[in-house]
Design a protein. Structure first.
Length: 280
């Protein structure tokens, strides 16, 4: 008798209305390939907590911002941790998975990140700018993001938001990793069309930059996306580290690179299923 194949519950919101992107196409493609290796079922994020008991692992992919269903997500997370359910990405992420506070921590630690503060008394620590970005600490997908002149900041800083200078960057670039292995990079040559992405060939210095954040996050398994911008002085600055359900923009890749990513993800899932469960 052949060994039973791993059972994977793949969490996605196929109807999520992403701006400039079709999340559903990416997950239809990925699941069509992963079915060759796993017994796979798709479910909406609101159904994951009730269904996950019948599977060996839960893969959270394009499930949309959890702000739209925060109570249900918190219940899913609590149940998964209590039962020792394997969730991919693991629920120990220190970046977007836990909110945006990590941007404060990275700023304080001297990492190359857009300078970030959350208290009025810390505003002088930011570089002077004509405009500032104000974003919720629990924000996602640009929800609640505002551009504000300096004189309008004081009334907005209430402990729930982060403030950053508005950087006049040349372009945005994203680095994609599976486990700790770099897979590919994409960039938006036109800052006004941030989702019109093209393949980007990173330098050794670029990869060193990105790996600093992957190493900081200490996730042994999973998919992460390091989003950065090219500052006026030529340096890269972190915009965000997405470690919950990063969109992968697989449609922007050459077929060979896309196939290599699927192989890397498949191997990662097999390693993850063979690892010891994380602590509850």
């Amino acid at each position: 008798m052949p060994a039973a194949r791993p059972r994977v519950l793949y969490v996605t919101d196929l109807a999520y209305p992403a701006r400039g992107r079709r999340y559903c196409d990416e997950d239809i493609f990925l699941t069509s390939r992963l079915r060759a290796h796993f017994d796979l079922a798709l479910c909406h994020p609101l159904d994951a907590a009730a269904l996950m008991g019948g599977f060996d692992a839960v893969v959270v992919r394009n499930s949309g911002p959890v702000l739209a269903y925060q109570e249900e997500y918190d219940a899913f997370r609590a149940r998964a941790l209590a039962r020792g359910t394997r969730v991919y990405n693991p629920l120990t992420g220190r970046a977007d998975m836990a909110g945006k506070r990590y941007l404060l921590d990275l700023t304080a630690a001297g990492f190359p990140v857009i300078p970030t503060v959350d208290r009025p008394q810390d505003l002088p620590r930011l570089p002077e700018a004509e405009r500032y970005v104000v974003k919720p600490k629990l924000g996602a997908d640009s929800i609640g993001l505002r551009f504000v002149p300096a004189e309008g900041l004081d009334d907005l800083i209430d402990g729930s938001v982060l403030v950053q200078p508005c950087v006049d960057f040349a372009y945005e670039v994203s680095f994609y990793f599976v486990d700790h292995a770099f897979q590919y990079a994409l960039y938006a040559p036109d800052p006004e069309q941030r989702w019109r992405l093209e393949p980007y060939e990173p330098t050794a210095e670029d990869l060193h930059f990105a790996r600093r954040f992957i190493d900081w996050n200490v996730l042994g398994h999973g998919i992460q996306r390091v989003d950065a911008c090219r500052a006026p002085d030529g340096a890269l600055l972190l915009v965000e580290l997405e470690d919950l359900n990063p969109y992968l923009s697989l449609d922007a890749l050459p077929e060979e690179t896309r196939d290599e990513f699927v192989t890397a993800m498949t191997q990662s899932l097999h390693r993850f299923l063979g690892a010891e469960p994380g602590p509850a």
